[in-house]
Write a protein that binds this ligand. Structure first.
Ligand code: ADP
Ligand code: F6P
Length: 326
């Protein structure tokens, strides 16, 4: 813990954008200013930091953004930041601009960058921002709720046409290597099958074909399968199912729509709480921490520890998808 009082902080967004990041930026700026700090915005994540794309933010810079998707600071993936030279340079640039602490809003990769900045003398606090919910130390990440709601509404629409044509529909949702979005959509959309990387061994295409055939026999007219992107090619799967069952099958990849749109109430509120907490941690002189939400409260972890943690999908919810689709 540093013993001197921090005066100037920076904020950046990094990695994939997520709805609610703007609410978090707003909270960092407003909480910082209301605590007497100067706040600098850094555009395009670590790439912008290394290019010194840095500007002063005031309370009006974050006016009218709490409800907006995307990130007003832009975001990027930056290779140079993964090199020791890039990390030293990033810390030097922070010192040059008087930035003593940085709030990094992003995922695990972004936290590794924050960890390196901290090791190079700049206080850093991570705020979990990713639609994938794949950050182990926290039960909530900014954007997950909005992405699930967006995917859920899209799947409802696919269901309408799937039912009219008595088809089988495979809908692919995002999540990188994690199946959280698929799992939540599987339940909220009442899908018959949810395929997720964490349980890839439990349901293969052969298995699904058998189940679809059995369901047709008992009068089921259409079938909804939610497929996590990390599990394989949805179009190929659709072909296999159609060939084996004779049932017309279509694949829909929802894609980047899930990353956009106005954040839900939950995403706005939690992102605001996390942004403000990150500022409080910097004011307390903390560094190399990540804000999290666990067991009903906001808390924080050492980034080194957080990055070593692992988490599984919610087994209770996964079992529920099977139980409710019989
Ligand atoms: P996310 O933050 O969503 O996990 P990425 O994995 O793409 O997204 O990481 C975002 C950025 O964080 C990278 O483009 C890079 O600039 C930085 N980063 C990732 N891994 C490291 C690392 N090991 N050391 C330093 N910076 C890293
Ligand atoms: O991490 C968020 C995410 O949307 C993942 O769900 C997906 O795998 C990936 O980013 C897509 O990345 P890009 O925007 O680079 O295509």
């Amino acid at each position: 813990m540093a013993d001197k009082k921090i005066k100037t902080i920076g904020v950046l967004t990094s990695g994939g954008d997520a709805p609610g990041m703007n609410a978090a930026i707003r909270a960092v700026v407003r909480a910082g200013i209301s605590s007497g700090l100067s706040v600098k915005g850094i555009r395009r994540g670590y790439a912008g930091l290394l290019e010194e794309d840095i500007f002063d933010m005031d309370t009006m810079s974050v006016s009218d953004i709490v409800q907006k998707g995307g990130t007003i600071l832009y975001t990027s993936r930056c290779k140079r930041m993964t090199t020791p030279e890039g990390q030293v340079q990033a810390a030097e640039i922070c010192r040059k601009h008087g930035i003593e602490g940085i709030v990094v809003i992003g995922g695990d990769g972004s936290f590794r960058g924050a960890q390196k900045l901290s090791a190079n003398g700049i206080n850093t606090i991570g705020v979990p921002g990713t639609i994938d919910l794949d950050i182990s130390c926290t039960e909530y990440t900014i954007g997950f709720d909005t992405a699930c709601n967006t995917a859920m509404e899209a799947i409802d629409k696919v269901r309408d046409t799937s039912a009219s044509h008595e088809r089988c529909s495979i809908i692919e949702v995002m999540g990188r290597t994690a199946g959280h979005i698929a799992l939540w959509c599987g339940i909220s959309n009442g899908s018959e099958y949810v395929l997720i990387p964490e349980r890839a061994d439990e349901d293969d295409v052969e298995n699904i074909i058998e189940k679809i055939t059995a369901k047709r026999r008992i009068g089921k007219k259409h079938h909804i399968i939610v497929n996590a992107e990390g599990i394989g090619d949805s179009y190929e799967m659709a072909k296999q199912i159609e060939e084996a069952t004779g049932i017309e099958t279509r694949a829909t990849v929802i894609g980047h729509i899930q990353r956009g749109g106005n954040p839900t109430c939950r995403d706005r509120v939690y992102a605001s709480a996390m942004g403000a907490k990150a500022v409080d941690l910097l004011i307390e002189g903390e560094t190399n921490r990540v804000v999290a939400y666990r067991d009903g409260r906001f808390c924080d972890f050492n980034i080194d520890d957080a990055l070593k943690m692992t988490k599984d999908i919610d087994q209770h919810l996964f079992s529920l998808t099977k139980r409710l689709s019989r």
